[in-house]
Ligand binder design. Structure first.
Ligand SMILES: Nc1ncnc2c1ncn2[C@@H]1O[C@H](COP(=O)(O)OP(=O)(O)OP(=O)(O)O)[C@@H](O)[C@H]1O
Ligand SMILES: [Mg+2]
Length: 502
């Protein structure tokens, strides 16, 4: 999570007059000096992509439901979207031939200027579903980057919960805006603030940011908000929960930020608990559209899920046994704490399994290096905390191992979604310790059976007895695969619910 910054604690005037002094007096630890290396800027690197998998065409068989008033019809092809030539060229160069379901529905909705909450399974192309129509709008409006102004006024702000994810979204934005006058910029914590400011000053139309750094930069008056037309919350349920929710509320009430009637607000995730959907209402116009591809909160059907009953004490031996049997295939191992991530990574290295780790206590430089080593195959095993659970799109991740199960089922769905992306097949193995994991047995049984996976009978029994002794579902009544407005709206006959295969 981003650190709380001084600008939020002190009134702007104080920060302006004596910023260095305030920093010295109140900052925790040494000043961050890390400047991330610039991403490669040759065309080959910008458009590098991996192949869609054998199940890509199966996306077409997923039931899609759109709710809300007067949704525009879905499109079937990129041509129907009527995007400009440069965008079409970039789409082709990115290797996109066919739209995924979330793209078929979301692109026309965003092009029509509507607010949107979209839920679709992990790895099914949500990023392009918001980037392409936003870029199309901006191109139509003749948006161009203005260089070297003290204060920049971006037309679009995209927020995401982790530094690595927002950087990935930025790279996608850079790819799709290639050859246009639109300039995306990324800023995130753990890097030198001066570097973020310099990036912004060179021109900024699409600002990709983690919440802490964004609020920091707004406080420093390096960006003005009154031109914001598009606000995107990726991993929206995470952005609105207790961790980031207050920061997001501050963002929409910042001076200059257009009210929800005067901006387009777009939310995307693979999971959308009902209580979070209700919170989202504050950000969206009342007539927003809700797109559900498949079951809200459902696991990706291309991930083969296995649950093994393993006690705390046997986990390490079992992990080594599995990793030795899968050899060099790229694997993410999720653990619950930062300390454990270090411990397990060291242990695996001692077992001669090339391993790296990523978690919130590592320096940003180390986090990026770990991800690079994993992405490019130097270390085929990445031990991670939930900081790497959401959104990351890494080629050839064939396995996810939940060394520790997460505390919520949503987190489980996101973690296993690091494999089985874009129609490729993946495998997820989870260690279930009946002493500590009984609370998740029930929702796990539901997620497994919804994804047509085998449910072990021992797990069913635990789930059943957990029910008996009153364990509550940690996700609440999430399994209704619907827009939370639906019941009340239906009663007033105002809902348009379309179940469709396209
Ligand atoms: N229409 C398409 N054709 C080919 N590849 C695509 C298409 N749309 C997206 N992809 C690719 O699929 C991969 C997954 O996309 P993306 O990261 O947007 O998924 P996501 O739905 O956001 O997943 P998550 O829920 O994990 O964040 C990316 O490598 C992306 O480039
Ligand atoms: Mg995503």
């Amino acid at each position: 999570m981003e650190q709380i910054t001084l600008t939020k604690i002190f009134p702007q005037i104080i920060v302006h007059v004596c910023e260095p002094l305030v920093f010295l007096l109140y900052s925790e630890g040494p000043k961050v000096t890390y400047v991330p290396p610039p991403p490669p800027d040759n065309e080959e690197a910008i458009f590098a992509h991996y192949q869609t998998g054998i199940n890509f065409d199966k996306y077409d068989t997923i039931l899609v439901e759109v709710s809300g008033l007067d949704p525009p019809p879905a499109i079937l092809t990129f041509e129907e979207a009527n995007l400009c030539q440069t965008l079409n060229k970039n789409i082709a160069q990115a290797g996109y031939l066919k739209l995924t379901p979330v793209q078929k529905y979301s692109i026309p909705i965003i092009l029509a200027g509507r607010d949107l909450m979209a839920c679709a399974q992990t790895g099914s192309g949500k990023t392009a579903a918001f980037l392409l129509p936003i870029l199309a709008h901006m191109m139509k409006d003749g948006v161009t980057a203005s260089h070297f102004r003290e204060q920049q006024e971006p037309e679009c702000i995209i927020v995401a919960p982790t530094r690595e994810l927002i950087n990935q979204i930025f790279l996608e934005a850079r790819k799709f805006s290639y050859g246009t006058c639109i300039r995306p910029v990324v800023i995130y914590g753990g890097t030198q603030t001066g570097h973020s400011i310099r990036q912004i000053m060179q021109g900024c139309n699409i600002l990709c940011a983690t919440p802490g750094r964004l609020m920091d930069i707004i406080g420093k008056e390096k960006i003005g908000l009154h031109k914001v037309r598009y606000l995107v919350l990726d991993e929206a349920d995470r952005m609105l929960d207790m961790g980031f929710g207050p920061e997001m509320k501050k963002l929409i009430s910042c001076p200059g930020m257009p009210s929800k009637d005067r901006r387009q607000t777009l939310m995307f995730s693979a999971t959308f608990p009902e209580e979070i959907q209700r919170l989202a209402g504050e950000f969206l116009k009342p007539e927003y559209l809700f797109v559900a591809v498949g079951q809200v909160g459902g696991a990706c059907s291309d991930v083969q899920q296995t649950i093994l009953q393993v006690s705390q004490y046997s986990k390490r031996a079992k992990l080594v046994e599995i990793l030795q049997s899968i050899r060099d295939e790229r694997t993410m191992v999720f653990v619950e704490t930062k300390k454990k991530a270090d411990f397990i990574a060291t242990f695996l290295c001692q077992e001669k399994i090339p391993t790296t780790s990523i978690h919130g206590d590592r320096e940003q430089r180390e986090r990026e290096e770990a991800l690079r080593d994993f992405r490019f195959g130097k270390c085929p095993v990445l031990v991670a905390t939930s900081v790497a659970a959401r959104g990351l799109d890494i080629e050839k991740v064939q396995h996810v191992i939940n060394f520790d199960l997460p505390s919520t089922i949503d987190e489980y769905v996101h973690r296993i979604g690091r494999t089985g992306r874009c129609g490729n097949i993946g495998k997820a193995i989870s260690f279930f310790d009946s002493v500590s994991d009984s609370h998740i047995a029930q929702p796990l049984v539901k997620v497994l059976s919804d994804a047509q996976q085998e449910v072990p009978s021992w797990l069913e029994e635990i789930a059943f007895s957990a029910q008996g002794i009153g364990f509550s579902n940690p996700r609440g009544n999430i399994f209704a695969s619907v827009d939370t407005r639906k019941v009340s709206l239906e009663q007033r006959n105002e809902i348009v619910g379309l179940g469709k295969f396209l």
